[in-house]
Ligand binder design. Sequence first.
Ligand SMILES: [Zn+2]
Length: 288
Amino acid sequence: MGLTKNILNQKILSVEIRKPKLVSGKGTLRKISTKKKTEFINGMVGEKFIGVERRAKNLIFKLTHGKILIAHLKMSGQFVYQKKNGQNAIIGGHPIELSETELPNKHSHIIFKLSKGVLYYNDTRMFGYVLYYPSLKTFEAENHFIMYGVEPLSREFTPNYFFESLKNKKGKIKALLMDQKIVTGLGNIYADESLFEAKIRPDRQAMSISSKEAEKLHKAIIRILKRAIQVGGSSVATYRLLDNTRGNYAREHKVYGRDGKKCIVCGKPLKKIIVGGRTTIFCENCQS
Ligand SMILES: [Zn+2]
């Protein structure tokens, strides 16, 4: 959405909610909640927008202090940002004719006054919603998607967490390792190397992975990341950078970049496939 970059880093000075129904819940049978309205306003004023992303049909606005706003435009919602100097408004979402000439208008139900302009949520039919969550935890508890996984070298990344995260997931193990929702910061190289070390095929369905295998893979991920940091002389905070560079760790790659070469364990040629849109190298003989 074009207005995203315009609202980033802007402080929310005030929030006016004209239709509390829209911030009270999802679905058509929403009851107006004064509590939700108050929470919304008190929670947002003084914070800044620090990120906007799209998940399925939801827009997720990330705010300072871990606060989150989720919006679903449904059939007739739109966000409009108007700069203070009155320049052309930036519209994202469904078109509403009146918003081209008049702001706010009778369809403007939530109005955020920002430091450099005003953000409007307009909706002609009012099926959309904009919900406030005080923390990532409250957000994840209510929404069926998890925003981010844990850091691989943090205490939260345990074998049990890893197995539990994989066991109900649809998709191939390598794709899930790389999509950041279970564990963050694992790039293509480390995913391939870890799977080789754990003797797991990168195209295995995640839910078919046993707790023993998850434990092995967990151990491999940690060992490989620590080793990469060690030889790269890098700190934990910058290990991601290693994935994109040809640091010293490149000399230790067992599968990555070795398509067609002999497997260092069994001597058979390594195979190349595509998983999750990424080139993937593995040993058909050693990994199952
Ligand atoms: Zn092999």
